[in-house]
Ligand binder design. Structure first.
Ligand code: ADP
Ligand code: MG
Length: 578
């Protein structure tokens, strides 16, 4: 699409305000233009915080010579044509304001060439007016030089602090643009020194390494979730990699760096119980939302976005990050239990299974399990077989009809049979949900269930969710429901209770990404073996194997441990062998 001046009606619908507040906003707008132009190599150079000069070079598509002057007109854009397009924005820019605003506030020179043009075009502007236009020799792509920013606008200069502070803001902007675009090679030079250089090899971890340092990036944990309403993915720090403020939390919605309170809180919530009060995680988190469900046209600088379903965004991010953190956390070590037991008088072997916050914080995290990334960059659903030490357990027996005892790599393993089975069933249900492929057990006779008016109301929203898990129901009169089929795993469960509980959850919380997760949790909880139930050897072995095959076998859906290991070291010390 060529560059055109937007019709007045469209221009009027665009969030008004100043696009260019400081040097960093110039850099952001210019780099976003380069990205929209499909650039793979982008160079940014600034002097004196960008106030003396800013230069952005790209190898993008360039601008045809006859459109160069138009690009600097207000509301001239090649990215938007109608009001309808505003609801479905796929480019970073769309307002056609940036070049005009920059040219009005500085001296600007642009040299640009499309791949098929014979020569490049150069245009120079002073105070927004073109003072020179000529053909020039240059490779394809675009270079823009901005000098003496704000020198004619003293009011704007008043808000600029030191050159060093402006340099830091430019660095922050380029850092985020680079992390959001790992396939683009970025270089940032400030006053002649290279501050940031990314390889453009497409690896998010490598881009994050360039920004946060290789050591930190290496230890960060992969996030990639398929269970929430929206895909959420990225890299998050281990609980040990924390900071005293929120500057390490970077959020991207549809690849745009944004400030969003709810999504930020979702990241922090995921670390609940893992971080000390007043400490904040490092996180680079991307959320993909259908363009129609996010409004970027809220604020002139586009850093703030409005999400139609904020609750879904919140839980998608919170669950994705939490899952990743729990999956990367180690099997709970039973060291404390035994040493406490040894000093307790009279000695008690009843282990305390709940984890205090403090114990959690002291638990070191292992290296993240190296999982091969899939083509779309999301983490795979299941660990490669044999990755978990749980895959090498030899079941010995059961304690109190509640805990399974097993011999395994480096020690003795105790498995909470209910929590473990619940976890296995929960993830099985979520996979079936993700694939829309429930394993269904039809009822021989439909089961009639009486419902309260609230439960009946909740059925409108809840029915589709229940069906996607294999609970096929249909209304029968005003206050009754017929259950026609149940999930295979729940075939021995009281279906009436299951349906009533799920509908109560809907009635209480409404529909959100969270609700389908709690439905899975409640089906899993009802269907899992209970504490106190005798299991034979074969059942226990099968449970151990099923647990080992899960992505997150160490914790049940509520985050409690499913397995505790008492290492051979601990045993050796307790028996006085070490
Ligand atoms: P917007 O990005 O909102 O369209 P801008 O004022 O930033 O508005 O840019 C105006 C137009 O100039 C763009 O729509 C695009 O066609 C063109 N343009 C600007 N920068 C570049 C670039 N680096 N490479 C190619 N085209 C560009
Ligand atoms: Mg732009």
């Amino acid at each position: 699409m060529g560059i055109r001046v937007l019709p007045a009606g469209v221009a009027a619908r665009i969030a008004a305000g100043e696009v260019i507040e400081r040097p960093a906003s110039v850099v952001k707008e210019l780099v976003e233009n380069s990205l929209d132009a499909g650039a793979r190599v982008i160079g940014v150079e600034i002097r004196h915080g960008g106030l003396a000069s800013i230069r952005v070079t790209d190898d993008g598509c360039g601008i045809p010579a006859d459109e160069v002057a138009l690009a600097f007109e207000r509301h001239a854009t090649s990215k938007l044509a109608s009001v309808e397009d505003l609801a479905d924005i796929g480019t970073l820019g769309f307002r056609g304001e940036a070049l005009a605003s920059i040219a009005a506030a500085a001296s600007v020179r642009m040299t640009t060439r499309t791949p098929d043009a014979d020569s490049a075009a150069t245009v120079e502007l002073e105070g927004g007016e073109i003072v020179r236009q000529a053909a020039a020799g240059a490779g394809s792509g675009t270079t823009i030089e901005v000098e003496a920013l704000f020198s004619t606008i003293p009011a704007r200069l008043k808000f600029i602090r030191s050159a060093a502070a402006e340099t830091a803001r430019v660095r922050q902007a380029v850092d985020h643009l680079a992390m959001a675009n790992p396939h683009v090679q970025f270089t940032l030079r400030t006053d002649g020194r290279v501050q940031l250089a990314t390889s453009g090899n497409g690896s998010l971890r490598d881009a994050v390494a360039a920004v946060h340092g290789a050591g930190l990036a290496q230890a960060m944990i992969d996030v990639g979730s398929w269970t929430g309403a929206y895909p959420a993915w990225g890299l998050v720090g281990t609980p040990e990699q924390n900071r005293a403020n929120r500057t390490g939390i970077s959020l991207f919605v549809n690849n745009r760096w944004v400030q969003h309170r709810a999504v930020g809180v979702a990241v922090e919530e995921a670390y609940r119980g893992l971080l000390m009060e007043g400490r904040f995680p490092i996180a680079v988190v991307f959320l993909d939302v259908p363009p129609g469900e996010v409004d970027v046209n809220v604020h002139p600088n586009k850093r703030e976005v409005r999400l139609s379903h904020e609750g879904d965004a919140f839980s998608s991010v919170q669950h994705a990050v939490r899952e990743a953190l729990l999956a990367a956390s180690p099997i709970t070590e039973g060291e404390d239990l035994l040493s406490h037991a040894a000093v307790a008088s009279p000695p008690s072997l009843q282990p305390e299974l709940t984890f205090t916050t403090q114990e959690r914080e002291q638990t070191p995290l292992p290296e993240p399990v190296p999982v091969p990334a899939e083509a779309d960059g999301h983490a795979p659903l299941v660990l490669p077989p044999g990755a978990s030490p749980l895959s090498r357990l030899r079941v010995l027996g059961q304690i109190g009809n509640t805990y399974i005892v097993a011999d395994g790599p480096d020690g003795m393993y105790l498995i909470d049979q209910h929590a473990a089975h619940e976890s296995v069933l929960y993830y099985r249900l979520l996979r079936q949900w993700a694939n829309s492929a429930p394993e269904v057990q039809p009822m021989l006779e439909p089961l009639a269930v009486g419902l309260t008016p609230q439960q009946m109301d909740a059925l409108d929203e809840g029915r589709a969710v229940l069906e996607r898990y294999g609970l096929l129901v249909e209304p029968f009169g005003d206050d009754t429901l017929l259950v026609r089929a149940v999930p295979v795993i729940a075939r021995r469960v009281d279906a009436a209770k299951l349906v009533a509980e799920a509908l109560d959850q809907f009635a209480a919380r409404g529909k959100s990404a969270d609700t389908h997760l709690s439905t899975a949790a409640s089906i899993a909880c009802h269907s899992a073996v209970r504490a106190g139930q005798t299991l034979d050897h074969q059942e226990m072995t099968a449970l151990g194997e099923a647990l080992a095959a899960e992505l997150n076998p160490q914790h049940c859906p509520h985050g409690r441990p499913t397995v505790i290991r008492v290492s051979t070291d601990v045993l050796g010390r307790q028996f006085g062998r070490l």
